[in-house]
Design a protein around this ligand. Structure first.
Ligand code: B12
Length: 213
């Protein structure tokens, strides 16, 4: 089957929330030798962008977004071992999480996965992460704090977390990286973060840059 047909079938399965079909089609695409990164970007991420658009247009509601997200996660699990290189020396410790009040974890998990693959030791704190939890990881030796936010209403919690790190006297011990669809370089600078990246590959480059490697 042509590559484009398969990629489209993966996209449609994710948009329709058909987890089993999405997984089966990703398996088929891998068996046909398609590049995992192409499957990720043109199939899975592109599907979630479309889902966001459908939600914005009032054609999708939360349940549809949720089942699409489940289908995406199932397919992502298959790609994970292929995107993550094995057996690299740890480069430094990164604590990553989605900020307080925010439950979106697909982008954050993708960034965590790529950082791990690039050889960083990653502590994934999950979603709805309080400033206290990030602070505990800095005390625990995290050289980078990476925060994700997908909602304009939770973006300010990145600043709250940075302020709490400053207040705890730990700002000089860690570098702070932020990201997520509504976050920009300008916003990162405004809240006093050290770095911003727009996607998972850029996040890996930024992490290297931030800890001087
Ligand atoms: C899936 C989804 C959901 C799922 C989440 C499931 C899950 N387990 O994650 C569910 C259904 C739970 C959900 C709920 C809600 N959602 Co929602 N959701 C989405 C959707 C469709 C896709 C997000 C996604 O996974 N994208 C794919 C990933 C790969 O992309 P990404 O997250 O942007 O991550 C990439 C980069 O941003 C970057 N990155 C991400 N994090 C980080 C961190 C660092 C450190 C770095 C460097 C980089 C980085 O790298 C990633 C990989 O390339 C978006 C639409 C969209 N297009 O963003 C809406 C969207 C984010 N949701 C939205 C809304 C409104 C909601 C709800 C409030 C809806 C409601 N009325 O209840 C709730 C809020 C729940 C909460 N408290 O968090 C709005 C936000 C609008 C706004 N201005 O704030 C959006 C934009 C939809 C829309 N177009 O209106 N949602």
């Amino acid at each position: 089957m042509s590559d484009n047909v398969l990629i489209n079938q993966i996209r449609e399965a994710v948009i329709d929330g058909q987890a089993k079909v999405a997984v089966a089609k990703v398996e088929e695409a891998l068996a046909e030798g398609l590049n995992p990164e192409v499957i990720l970007h043109d199939g899975l991420i592109s599907a979630m962008t479309e889902v966001g658009q459908l939600f914005e247009d009032g054609e999708f509601f939360v349940p549809e977004m949720l089942i699409a997200a489940r289908a995406m996660k199932g397919a992502l699990e298959l790609l994970k071992p292929l995107l993550v290189d094995q057996g690299v020396e740890p480069l430094g410790k990164i604590a990553i999480g989605t900020v307080k009040g925010d439950l979106h974890d697909i982008g954050k998990s993708l960034v965590a996965m790529m950082l791990e693959g690039a050889g960083f030791e990653v502590a994934d704190l999950g979603v709805d992460v309080s400033p206290e939890k990030f602070i505990a990881e800095v005390k625990n030796g995290a050289q980078i704090v990476a925060m994700s936010a997908l909602l304009t209403t939770t973006m300010p919690n990145m600043k709250t977390t940075i302020d709490a790190i400053v207040e705890a006297g730990l700002r000089s011990q860690t570098v702070i990286m932020v990201g997520g669809a509504p976050v920009t370089q300008a916003y990162a600078e405004q809240i006093g973060a050290d770095g911003y990246a727009s996607d998972a590959s850029a996040a890996v480059r930024k992490a290297h840059e931030l800890i001087g490697q």
